[in-house]
Design a binder for this molecule. Structure first.
Ligand SMILES: C[C@H](N)C(=O)N[C@@H](CCC(=O)O)C(=O)O
Ligand SMILES: [Mg+2]
Length: 363
């Protein structure tokens, strides 16, 4: 099975409600879809979201990196040599993790089709079922409480509450949701770099003293501030999770060396795809550090790939934040992973199991 062509499309899917974090507000998924075509008529799918605020990537940069740096290296390559192809992708250009991830995901999809097995089986196997949390966007207190209660009605057992705005209102947000949820769901906070280290310790000390038990606090301080992250980790009981501070395997090694965080959030778009995400999970496993599998604002093509990785590394990846497809107003993908509220299930279709993607505009 040899790669003969690489085509791109634009996928637009409106969200059910605007997605709001300390970094940005978004009303629709607008992602680049990669299709790898082979000499025997197979198609592998991948997807890249332009998350400029986090990865620095835009639509333009993703398309340029794929068309001019990555794709020319892949035509004629044989899927039987997965390692060679992933090396070619990773060494094509520095950074540009989402562009690399989209192409790599499509390669793994084809690799699974070549071996007539789901990707997770080829990565080591596991139970093809996960449970995701749901993100509660940062809004006024009443809206967030209503959103949290609606999520409970849909069966979610873990909520990822976006904070990182002004500290006093953030405390009020978490307190109100904690009281309304009354123990029916685990509560995770994600400040998306919005607080200082001292703010974070202040907020968490107030909440902890009031008896608010949190599953974790994610990326409270700016990505580069590992000293600040460590300052927080040393002073609060709530587990601290690094997100924007960890893109590559070297970043997780530094976090571990500094003891700057308790948990790592792995995302294919930060890592540059499946190969590096597996390395991060394996480094974390070696050091006994648990991981979350997370996503950007992505639809069910690239999130499907994250699902396969999370299943295959379920001993290390113990928390799942793969709610991108649940935030979308419809699923553009036929076949593939099934996203049904908090429940995610995978059938035994080869690769990622994607049959077709509806509404793709050619690029
Ligand atoms: C969608 C997911 N639950 C999430 O919150 N992901 C990111 C932010 C993604 C984005 O801005 O597109 C995170 O910070 O964990
Ligand atoms: Mg985060």
């Amino acid at each position: 099975m040899k790669i003969t062509d690489i085509t791109l499309g634009m996928l637009r899917v409106p969200l059910k409600t605007p997605f709001k974090t300390a970094l940005r507000t978004l009303e629709q998924v607008e992602d680049i879809v990669v299709m790898l075509h082979t000499d025997d008529g197979h198609v592998g799918y991948g997807e890249a979201p332009p998350t400029a605020a986090i990865t620095g990537e835009t639509h333009g940069s993703i398309v340029h990196a794929i068309r001019h740096h990555i794709a020319p290296r892949l035509v004629g390559e044989d899927l039987a040599d997965l390692n060679r192809i992933t090396d070619l992708i990773q060494s094509a250009i520095a950074n540009n993790g989402s562009a690399k991830a989209a192409v790599e995901i499509a390669v793994y999809d084809l690799w699974g089709q070549l071996h007539r097995s789901p990707v997770y089986t080829l990565l080591g196997g596991g139970t093809p079922m996960l449970t995701t949390d749901l993100t509660i966007s940062v809004n006024d207190v009443d809206t967030m409480v209503a959103d949290a209660l609606a999520a409970l009605d849909e069966g979610y057992e873990a909520l990822k509450i976006k904070v990182g705005k002004d500290v006093a209102t953030d405390v009020a947000r978490v307190r109100a949701i904690h009281d309304a949820v009354a123990g029916r769901a685990a509560l995770r906070l994600d400040a998306n770099q919005g607080w200082t280290a001292k703010d974070t310790v202040r907020v968490l000390t107030i909440l902890e003293n009031e008896g608010v038990v949190l599953d974790l606090i994610e990326q409270p301080v700016p990505a580069h501030d590992l000293a600040g992250m460590r300052y927080v980790t040393e002073r609060v009981n709530t587990p601290v999770m690094a997100d924007e501070s960890v893109f590559a395997p070297a970043d997780v090694m530094e976090i571990i060396r500094l003891r700057a965080a308790d948990i790592i959030n792995i995302k294919l778009m930060k890592a540059g795809g499946i190969t590096q995400a597996l390395r991060i999970a394996d480094i974390a496993a070696t050091h006994g550090i648990p991981c979350m599998m997370g996503c950007m604002l992505e639809s069910s093509i690239s999130v499907a790939a994250a699902v396969h990785v999370a299943i295959a590394r379920s001993r290390t990846i113990t928390r799942i934040d793969l709610d991108g497809p649940s935030l979308c107003s419809f699923n553009p993908v036929e076949g593939g992973v099934r996203f049904d509220g908090p429940r995610i299930t995978v059938d035994d279709a080869p690769g990622l199991g994607i049959g077709n993607v509806r509404g793709l505009a050619p690029l």
